[in-house]
Write a protein that binds this ligand. Structure first.
Ligand code: ZN
Length: 103
């Protein structure tokens, strides 16, 4: 786990091994080939959640492998936390801190 990205790009999610982002179009292209046919589907933006959803619905096997890759390369920066999740985490932390103070 000692690799350092040479550039400051934030393409750290393993999902990016299956997509190529085109900044001029603000679209991400699927690089997966099925039976030697490139999928080539464009997804708007570079939201990894969208990309994952595409894999989940169109490339189930790739998605399964991706989930494994992600669980192996788990790093805090890679976790896409929604505000809701963050809020919940905060609540949990506050409660944990409170109980730590009380006990
Ligand atoms: Zn695809």
């Amino acid at each position: 786990m000692m690799f350092k990205p040479s550039s400051g790009r934030k393409k750290e999610s393993p999902v990016w091994s299956h997509f190529e982002y085109d900044g001029s179009l603000d679209k991400s292209r699927c690089l997966i080939t099925i039976a030697e046919k490139p999928c080539g589907q464009f997804l708007l933006g570079k939201n990894t959640t969208n990309l994952r959803n595409h894999l989940k619905s169109k490339h189930k096997e790739v998605f399964a492998a991706l989930v494994i890759a992600e669980s192996q390369a788990k790093r805090p920066q890679d976790v896409t936390t929604t505000p809701t999740v963050q809020a919940k985490l905060k609540v949990c932390l506050t409660q944990a801190q409170k109980s730590a103070v009380i006990r």
